[in-house]
Design a protein around this ligand. Structure first.
Ligand code: GLU
Length: 489
């Protein structure tokens, strides 16, 4: 579907930031955003931070920064505000308490005084009898005497929602009709004994009050849907006004297990620090479980917003492939203008201590970047590639020393000095001509051997930008000084 007739589409991304956002969260956010943008609707960002023991301010801020960094701008939510705020659930506790009270008054919910031990005993008995686990309805219809007696014991009740007999069926945009038999959806807790709301209450109340029309989220939340629908009913919402659900299939690791820390899922902050570009991450994640109907590997944010529809989301799990993401990142780096590449690279260079950020340094970086743009897949490779141009105390990498101390290498370095010293113009062309004619033609060496030694001596490493261009940027004096020092090793 593209738009729901007669409805203004509003899609929300509602993470519980109990850590940094991960690949799975971000793919959900991206699809939410793309769907809102495709339909010309609203993208709402809500922070589900009622679990105060696990959600921290730092994680909330990181979630906000991550969405901004990825370019997933929101129309309602933290920082931008909106008519349906506040957008942090911790600031809405009074609202949930009021609804819980209303449900109690309506007898949709009831106070449950069962202790943790009693509930565990029930579960134990259910296990022994091989019946579905879940609340047994003990407190559904307590007498006034029982209530008085429990209160007398000082028990703090939870608020529990009454699940009617029967079942819930809803139409999921990705999986079609999904049904739940309430035998497997027991009465559930809305509010803890200490008065704090549970996810199911807060999420459903907010989706209704914030006028969310479409809930696109991970399939791990599929089983919570009948409980949310039950809350909508208790709120008096008409069926046609329920949000439409679409549960996105899991993102699997390469080993086919659900993506987790163990098989490579790391936070988006990790990708940012490694030097992945936001466009690369969005491009890759957009095509992870969705395609516009062809087998393209690249999609821009603009194309995504034009083409994204929920029907084209695959119903089977998607497999995360780091190599593909790296390849896309390399493509995106190559597509940058030099000024953009410079802007992205400078923080990596300063953080690594390669430059301090003076105008001269920046000018040299700008000259050097075209040499490496084709060669890297992550921005974090830039400092190692360009370090040789800026180091004050130059030294050949320990692993490479042995590669230039043999007789053949010494001969190469000696001859290079002889050929380079007289050069009056120092360009990559003049350097190349001088070294090729002497080392390759006269001495008959293989380029790998000849230039390998010069590369190590001048850049300190076997991996560098193209040699002659590197030497041009390094300058004649420094290049010769390094080759001479190489001879002394
Ligand atoms: N806050 C929930 C979570 O991060 C998601 C809520 C939802 O999308 O329904 O798991």
């Amino acid at each position: 579907m593209s738009t729901t007739p007669g409805k203004n589409v509003k899609v929300r991304f509602a993470p519980s930031p109990t850590g940094d956002l991960h690949v799975g969260n971000i793919r959900t956010a991206l699809f939410d955003w793309a769907y809102a943008r495709h339909t010309g609707g609203t993208f709402l960002f809500r922070i589900e931070d009622t679990d105060t023991t696990r959600v921290t301010d730092e994680y909330i801020q990181a979630a906000i920064e991550t969405l901004k960094w990825l370019g997933l701008n929101w129309d309602e939510g933290p920082e931008v505000g909106g008519d349906n705020g506040p957008y942090l659930q911790s600031q809405r506790l009074g609202i949930y308490a009021e609804w819980a009270q209303k449900f109690l008054d309506q007898k949709d919910a009831y106070h449950c005084y069962c202790s943790a031990e009693e509930l565990e005993a029930v579960r134990e008995a259910q296990r022994a009898a091989n019946v579905a686990p879940g609340y047994n309805g003990h407190c559904r219809d307590l007498t006034t005497e029982q209530i008085t007696s429990y209160k007398g014991e000082g028990r703090l009740p939870v608020v529990r929602m009454r699940m009617p007999d029967g079942g819930t069926t809803f139409n999921d945009l990705i999986r079609g009709d999904v049904s739940f038999d309430h035998k497997f959806v027991p009465d559930f807790v809305l509010v803890r004994g200490d008065g704090s709301p549970l996810y199911t209450l807060a999420v459903a109340v907010d989706d209704v009050l914030m006028k969310v029309t479409h809930v696109l989220r991970g399939e791990d939340l599929l089983s919570s849907t009948p409980r949310q629908i039950r809350v909508y009913q208790a709120m008096g919402l008409a069926i046609q006004d329920y949000p439409v659900f679409a549960h996105l299939p899991f993102v699997m690791g390469q080993d086919n297990a659900k993506l987790s820390k163990r098989n490579g899922e790391v936070s988006i902050a990790w990708y940012r620090d490694k030097g992945f570009l936001p466009e690369a991450i969005c491009n890759y994640l957009a095509l992870l479980g969705w395609s516009p109907g062809d087998d393209r590997e690249n999609v821009t944010m603009k194309e995504l917003t034009e083409l994204f529809t929920v029907e084209k989301v695959h119903s089977s799990p998607a497999r995360f492939d780091m190599k593909k993401l790296e390849a896309i990142n390399g493509d995106k780096i190559r597509a940058l203008t030099i000024d953009e590449f410079l802007d992205w690279s400078l923080p990596f260079l300063t953080k690594a201590g390669v430059i301090t950020g003076t105008a001269d340094e920046i000018a040299l970086v700008k000259l050097a970047l075209p040499l490496i743009q084709e060669r890297i897949i992550m921005l974090s490779e830039v400092p190692a590639m360009l370090k040789f141009l800026f180091v004050k105390e130059f030294a050949v990498e320990t692993d490479s020393v042995a590669k230039i101390t043999d007789d053949a290498s010494k001969a190469v370095l000696k001859r290079s000095i002889q050929e380079l010293e007289p050069l009056t113009t120092w360009t990559h062309e003049s350097i190349e001509v001088a070294l090729r004619s002497s080392l390759i033609e006269d001495m008959g060496l293989k380029p790998r051997i000849a230039f390998g030694a010069v590369r190590i001596a001048t850049t300190g490493s076997t991996i560098s930008p193209p040699l002659f261009e590197s030497m041009e940027l390094l300058g004649k004096q420094a290049s010769l000084a390094r080759i001479r020092a190489g001879l002394e090793l």
